[in-house]
Design a protein around this ligand. Structure first.
Ligand code: PHE
Length: 465
């Protein structure tokens, strides 16, 4: 235990934790979800979810990690010995496998798009989203090329983690996070200075409440878990490399602020550009992969803008992917006594193999859903890629987050939690009630949303949505 790795500095930790939070979720998912769900109205609900539920669970996870100096399974076992709480930790490790399998595939696509843009490959797509779509669909649906890029992305991930917490994760985050912020600011300013770009701002920040429906609220809540890397023990693991000197609340607020600011900046950069060039803001999941490649070539120095955009997206994806793999690595180090190198390489390979099936499920000549005699396909009605995505963000992360809140309330207890935070928030007596209300709200709201999803899946009719 005394040899446990530690972050090198407070700034390093904040950049690593916000590096985990800032990822494909902020730059790809958030803008297209906002685009399809009424823009600013969605943004507002999302911010509310982040502040109430997100903040509570970030602090809870960091506190659990720091107090035990262990990754999720060991942490729950230490605070609640000989109980079933350790299963919440196992759920986290399982979520890491599920998320990273498809996340690595998307990471590969991003890598590929850096090369396409750099070599002027977007030029022929100018103002032609259909052509951009067909490039994307042909690429993701082919067999080997996406796998090659996915393997490259996963290999980078393994490389960073093998180098350790301070020399790998922290030092890479310290380089990449500032670059991400600078590039996004540059792209946002570029978008804002385009004629008509301001309309993109209105779309993102002027709420039209008539556009806000119940399913958007469900989506915003689920996304707040994904974007803050909550519910699978990432923050428990990162918190376990902290010492008692670090101010938990202050660090959590930094992570929240950076994650939110970057999602907003990405929204500004994307929507100002999209509006200025008259493209479709509600382009859905294709916003990044087909709308933008058809928009960039219309700008002066388009391939440079395109390359910068996909490079920043790549860095954001990498700093998140390493935090997911670190949960698995830390489990095998803490609980099984493996070396960092062995754990990372072995499970990096296993996750890559699962990811290959995600990639192949999008076409690739081998539609694995077919191997289950159609049952698998029929049951979920989705590709394996979508199954992994939905399973994690709609069920596993919210369930993990809900149990974390319940754990604080019913097992670890609010006073022990507050003691670990180590500071007064609104006054000694009031703190316990505040924390109980926040954890209770998080558990109830998230529990309801999960139930809603399950009922919708089983009966076809949601309670709301
Ligand atoms: N927060 C990351 C993103 O927004 C994704 C992630 C989820 C990372 C869960 C770690 C754990 O892309």
């Amino acid at each position: 235990m005394q040899n446990r790795e530690q972050w090198g500095s407070k700034l390093g930790f904040i950049l690593a934790a916000s590096g985990s939070a800032v990822g494909i979720g902020n730059i790809w998912k958030f803008p297209h979800m906002a685009g399809q769900n009424g823009g600013a109205a969605f943004t507002l609900v999302y911010l509310l979810c982040i502040l109430v539920v997100g903040l509570t669970i970030v602090v809870a996870e960091l506190a659990i990690g720091r107090s035990t100096q262990l990754s999720p399974v060991g942490a729950f076992e230490k605070l609640a010995p000989k109980t079933n709480w350790k299963w919440v930790g196992f759920l986290g490790v399982a979520s890491a496998f599920v998320i990273l399998s498809f996340y690595g595939v998307v990471g590969g696509w991003i890598l590929k798009y850096i090369f396409v843009s750099l070599t002027g490959g977007f030029d022929s797509l100018s103002n032609d989203p259909e052509a951009a779509k067909s490039l994307f669909v042909t690429f993701t649906g082919s067999t080997w090329s996406p796998i090659l890029f996915q393997v490259l992305f996963m290999a980078l991930c393994v490389y960073v983690i093998v180098n350790g917490v301070k020399d790998g994760i922290e030092s890479w985050s310290k380089i990449m996070m500032p670059i991400i912020i600078i590039l996004l600011v540059v792209l946002a300013v570029r978008g804002l200075t385009l004629e008509g770009g301001i309309d993109g701002l209105k779309f993102l920040f002027l709420p039209r409440f008539e556009d806000l429906n119940a399913s958007a609220i469900v989506l915003a809540l689920g996304h707040s878990f994904f974007t803050l890397s909550l519910g699978m023990g990432t923050m428990i693991t990162y918190g376990s490399y902290l010492n008692r000197e670090q101010n938990l609340l202050n660090s959590a607020l930094w992570v929240l602020a950076l994650d939110t600011a970057i999602a907003m900046l990405a929204g500004v950069a994307i929507f100002t550009t999209v509006f200025a060039l008259g493209a479709d803001p509600a382009g859905g999941a294709g916003l990044i992969f087909f709308i933008l490649p058809s928009v960039f070539p219309q700008l002066a120095y388009g391939s440079i803008w395109g390359t910068l955009f996909f490079s920043l997206l790549f860095m954001a994806a990498l700093t998140s992917a390493i935090s997911i793999l670190e949960v698995v690595t830390a489990y095998f180090i803490d609980q099984k006594g493996w070396s960092r190198k062995k754990a990372t390489i072995q499970f990096g390979v296993v996750i890559t193999i699962v990811g290959v099936f995600c990639s192949l499920s999008l076409g690739g000549g081998v539609n694995i859903t077919g191997y289950f005699g159609g049952t698998f396909h029929h049951f979920f009605g989705e590709t394996f890629f979508d199954v992994m995505d939905n399973l994690s963000s709609k069920y596993m992360l919210p369930i993990g987050g809900m149990f974390t809140a319940i754990f604080i309330l019913m097992k670890w207890t609010v006073p022990s939690f507050i003691n670990e935070i180590g500071q007064t928030i609104i006054g000694k007596e009031k703190d316990a009630s505040l924390v109980s209300v926040l954890c209770g709200t998080a558990a109830i709201v998230v529990g309801f949303i999960i139930l809603n999803e399950i009922i919708a899946k089983v009966t076809g009719n949601a309670i709301i949505g």
